[in-house]
Design a protein around this ligand. Sequence first.
Ligand code: ADP
Length: 448
Amino acid sequence: MFNKILIANRGEIAIRIMRACRELNVGSVAVYSEADEKSLYTNYADEKYLIGKADPKDSYLNIEKIIAVANESGAEAIHPGYGFLAENPQLAIEAQKNGISIIGPSPEIIESMGDKITAKKLMKKANVPVIEGTEKGISDVNEAKEIAAAIGYPVIIKASAGGGGIGMRAVYEENEMVRAMESTQELALKNFGDATVFIEKYLEKPRHIEFQILADKYGNTIHVADRECSIQRRHQKLIEEAPSPIMTEELRDKMGGSAVKAAEYIGYNSAGTVEFLYENDEYYFLEMNTRIQVEHPITEIITNIDLIKEQIKIASCEELYYSQSDVVVRGHAIECRINAEDPLADFIPTPGKITGYRSPGGPGVRLDSGIHTNYTIPPFYDSMISKLVANGRNRNEAINRMKRALSEYVILGVKTTIPFHKAIMKNQYFIDGHLHTHFIDEYRKGIE
Ligand code: ADP
């Protein structure tokens, strides 16, 4: 096991990783920007180092600086968390050069799964079902129109290098194609430095169902059950639950089997997630995320497996402790992402000072957060400030606990998504488990 791990991230996930380090008796090193000097996670760590200005490119995205701190502090490994450098193969390459381990897969795997076209091609070869569409980049509008006509509208144009729900656009008719191609290519270039886009069938009311993977360096690969993440806004998840309300043992074996096959085919060897879209009893590979995900706690709760500790152990060359039959799903867990955003004003970010704070508790409640009274949420980073998770023996108990926990949760001084989550928890369609990726759009239009 490593002596010391540098956490190249901030906020709640930095604390979550440090908690795992502490339980494993491993030292933790925090890095922080000028904007995070007073953040809770910097005090939680055993050591902390200032790495630059608030702008992420001067701090949390500055590979050179982060490697320098790892060397200076004597950290033997770097955990990148999610976001920032988590799926940047360059971090892994530079770390390798310096004899530092990365808690994640190899740079080659990050690279191939980070490119949606390459990932889709590989999955097709692995016999994992993929959504009908092109497996090459398209730049010519006429070619795009031909392909769309062959697949049948609606289609979706997607940036191959995309992530975070950016660079995707549904096209319902041929006359929208020119504008859609132009705008997606432009967004792809601006956000990812790569204008390559591809086209696939647009599923109109799919569910987003994903499988957690754990794979070690000795070829042992298991899935740690499913999560449903259909409650999204602008293709970004807001509420996740585990297991999916539609999951059966049979479907879990089938979809989980595909997820394991996907991971095995590429020689995966860390914690990761295989995402699928599910519609009309069929499922299709969407993408693989080669990092720990925001929503990992709901899986930890229903399986009693600490995913971060396992991920760290795998990186330190331990053999996987669990076999597939050790993964037993018990009960139900729901996560609400608490964002500093105003749900009544189109979810605009609401950075600022938290003037009063009281966290929820009691049976079946877990809170992963990096905030407290008098904490000032900086405007430079993601607006997610905490993750509220509730669980119960069944989905109904989990929903009722989430309602209670949301009503206990007091955050004063800034607007948050708490009222929005309260409304969803009371919504009959949600309660009945009628979920799909346009749930929120329809809910907000009052139709569902
Ligand atoms: P990102 O990498 O930006 O997160 P994903 O490929 O994971 O993008 O897709 C995010 C979300 O976008 C999905 O959960 C789904 O809601 C929507 N989406 C992506 N592809 C399709 C598709 N072919 N049909 C319908 N919805 C899609």
